[in-house]
Write a protein that binds this ligand. Structure first.
Ligand code: 13P
Length: 245
């Protein structure tokens, strides 16, 4: 199975999102074996879901809280995401880890909460440039994936996003992607047994329509988690069509 996910981050007013949906859905044809998802900001989850669900495009959130409900001003629960039409949630994006102090402990609870509400967790892992330069890449990936040891069985997608390749136009080269994905696959096997064989591992970081073909050809790459290029309906459509072959 291949997966292509648009992470809009904190971009798009509703008028822009609506135009995106119209343009993208006008050209989109579903294909077997390829899942497409869009992760808009919270206020547009329900409306985006209404625009895209007829053709099976999934809507993911970019974050959520692990508590069921209560006095957590500014937070959004997994149950609310379900209510808004989401079927998945991005967890542990590097921007959340570095800018908003998201910890592995919180992610452990978020992963369990997502699954208990029937949401697919898309867990992001990846090293900073300093960590790569000091040869800590595999140790960092191992630590970040370690939360799966307590998570038990359940659906999961992983995204390998080297932090230095996000939004920089400097994507990881084929060798770096292959090494990291193979390492992640090995870890998933150890942590999850047979289920670790099937878990899709996406690559993210400066993915463009020009480079996606080459990225998809790398062993263990099941798709892409796309930021910048996913804001343009023509580019995102082209990425999805590349994955569809
Ligand atoms: P860019 O595609 O803009 O590098 O962003 C990648 C990303 O962070 C997706 O989650």
């Amino acid at each position: 199975m291949r997966c292509v996910v648009a992470n809009w981050k904190m971009n798009m007013l509703w008028q822009e999102a609506a135009s995106f949906c119209e343009a993208f859905m006008g050209g989109y044809t579903p294909a077997e074996g390829v899942q497409t998802a869009i992760a808009p900001p919270f206020p547009w989850l329900a409306r985006t879901s209404q625009e895209v669900r007829s053709k099976g495009v999934r809507v993911f959130a970019q974050n959520a809280h692990f508590e069921e409900k209560g006095a957590y001003t500014g937070e959004v629960s997994m149950a609310m995401l379900r209510d808004a039409g989401c079927t998945g949630v991005i967890l542990g994006h590097s921007e959340r880890r570095t800018l908003f102090g998201e910890t592995d402990e919180a992610l452990t609870r978020k992963l369990a909460a997502a699954r208990s509400h029937g949401l697919l967790p898309l867990l992001c892992v990846g090293e900073t440039l300093h960590e790569r330069d000091t040869e800590q890449t595999f140790a960092v990936l191992k630590r970040q994936l370690g939360i799966l040891a307590e998570a038990g069985a359940g659906p999961l997608w992983i995204a390998y996003e080297p932090v230095w390749a996000i939004g920089t136009g400097r994507r990881a080269d084929a060798n770096q992607i292959r090494e990291a994905h193979q390492f992640i696959r090995e870890e998933l096997r150890v942590l999850m047994g047979e289920a670790g064989e099937m878990t899709p591992i996406l690559y993210g970081g400066s993915v463009t329509p020009e480079t996606f073909d080459e990225i998809l050809a790398i062993p263990e790459v099941a798709g892409g988690l796309v930021g910048g290029a996913s804001l343009d309906p023509g580019k995102f459509l082209s990425l999805v069509q590349t994955a569809q072959g």
